[in-house]
Design a protein around this ligand. Structure first.
Ligand SMILES: [Zn+2]
Length: 419
């Protein structure tokens, strides 16, 4: 068995001497922990912050789920791993494509690479959309596991490395829109940590609660109390526990509770004519009831004679727009894969979302809740917490500034003293 560690995307990862757990708290804006610590909701996390390491790091822009999960698990920027949205427009076919296929991922994950060197790894996600990319080229023969809570009733050893995830957790199959979906992921991680003592675990949650409830609301408090209890159990099992998020979350409604939306496709159609452009909202996935597919970052694809410069001029002055970039500037600024970039990138302010055509977004799922969402530069800040103190070299790196969430595996595996 290779005990020399692995190298991936220019980073050397040593062989973990004890289990390393990285948790991606989907939509886990730093404000939830700040408030939770102040209100005594998250005692275990408060202890990690005090006796381990605590910082606010930057995730990648667009601040969406798929890109940042892949940045975290490959330790690389979007220009390397290729996943720059949940959704993109294939220029060859003109079709909007969900960006969850493993063939679109241009790197292996750290978990997959370790599994191929004989390590036992565990990767569990709340929503099934991430599962196949996280498990790309993963070797399940040494007891490694890769499944989603969403499809926990459909596990089979060949594909997931596990027979029965429901029996493992003792929990019923959780609904897709629920806090339990995330708690299921953590409970399964705890049970596998106890039973199989894996080397590396990646546990990726869902942001259903954060889309609906602000820090301090009782439902958010209940969720964070439950998360904290699970983090405490992972810590008690002797693991290095590292907590981060894929993106933050901001309130996008006005004083009356109505969503603040720029309907960009409607505006561009009125200005330049129908079918001259396509606005893609890369927040979109199969489950959009909690945000109506509205986020803070969209891509505009220009057709026929429409000049991107004209689109940029028309959008720059719109109230609520924070920044507009052409594709090469956006790709350079945010380290994006140029071949998958739109012609124009439009980013909203912290308090606003950008949609396509009003008729194409269903907001009925909000059911009277204020719209909370993400995607822009304003939601790129995420927690970066480790339950153990860092070695001097890593503490110095963090202190130098510019810490990124995509460094969390490096810090959790290489940055903590061996026992
Ligand atoms: Zn997310």
């Amino acid at each position: 068995m290779d005990r020399a560690g692995i190298e991936l995307n220019g980073v050397r990862y040593r062989w973990p001497s004890r289990p390393v757990v990285v948790v991606c708290i989907d939509g886990g804006d730093p404000a939830y922990f700040e408030r939770g610590v102040r209100d005594g909701i998250v005692p275990n996390v408060a202890r990690f912050m005090e006796t381990g390491f605590n910082a606010v790091a930057k995730g990648d822009v667009p601040s969406f789920t798929c890109p940042n999960n892949m940045s975290i698990t490959t330790g690389s920027p979007q220009s390397v791993h290729g996943i720059s949205g949940n959704f993109y427009l294939d220029r060859d076919t003109g079709e909007a494509v969900v960006m969850t296929g493993p063939e679109l991922l241009r790197s292996r994950t750290i978990m997959a690479e370790f599994s191929r060197h004989g390590a036992r790894v565990v990767s569990i996600t709340a929503k099934d959309k991430l599962r196949r990319q996280l498990g790309k080229d993963m070797d399940l023969r040494q007891g490694s596991v890769n499944f989603s809570a969403e499809c926990a009733d459909q596990c089979n050893p060949e594909e997931t490395g596990i027979e029965d995830a429901l029996a493992l957790t003792g929990m019923p199959l959780p609904p897709i829109y629920s806090a339990e979906l995330s708690l299921f992921v953590l409970e399964a991680g705890i049970k596998l940590l106890e039973a199989r003592r894996p080397d590396i675990l990646y546990l990726s949650l869902t942001d259903y609660v954060q889309h609906k409830y602000a820090p301090g609301e009782s439902e958010a408090n209940r969720y964070y109390r439950d998360l904290d209890e699970k983090f405490g159990r992972l810590d008690a099992l002797g693991a290095v526990v590292a907590l981060t998020a894929d993106h933050g979350m901001n309130d996008k409604s006005d004083a009356d509770g109505a969503p603040r939306v720029i309907w960009l496709q409607d505006l561009l159609d009125a200005r330049f004519g129908e079918k001259t452009s396509t606005v893609i909202c890369p927040i979109t996935d199969r489950f959009v009831a909690h945000h109506g597919a509205l986020g803070g970052f969209v891509r505009v694809y220009c057709h026929a004679a429409l000049d991107p410069e004209d689109v940029m001029r028309a959008t720059r002055s719109l109230p609520g727009v924070e920044a507009v970039y052409d594709r090469t500037t956006a790709a350079r600024l945010f380290d994006l894969p140029l071949d998958r970039e739109g012609d124009v990138v439009v980013i909203g302010r912290a308090d606003i979302v950008i949609g396509a055509a009003a008729a194409d977004h269903d907001l009925s799922g909000l059911k009277g809740h204020r719209l909370r969402s993400h995607g822009g530069v304003s939601e790129r800040e995420v927690p970066f917490i480790v339950n153990h103190p860092l070695r001097a070299e890593y503490a110095a790196r963090a202190a130098a500034g510019g810490l990124k969430s995509s460094e969390i595996f490096d810090f959790a595996i290489n940055g903590v003293d061996r026992p």
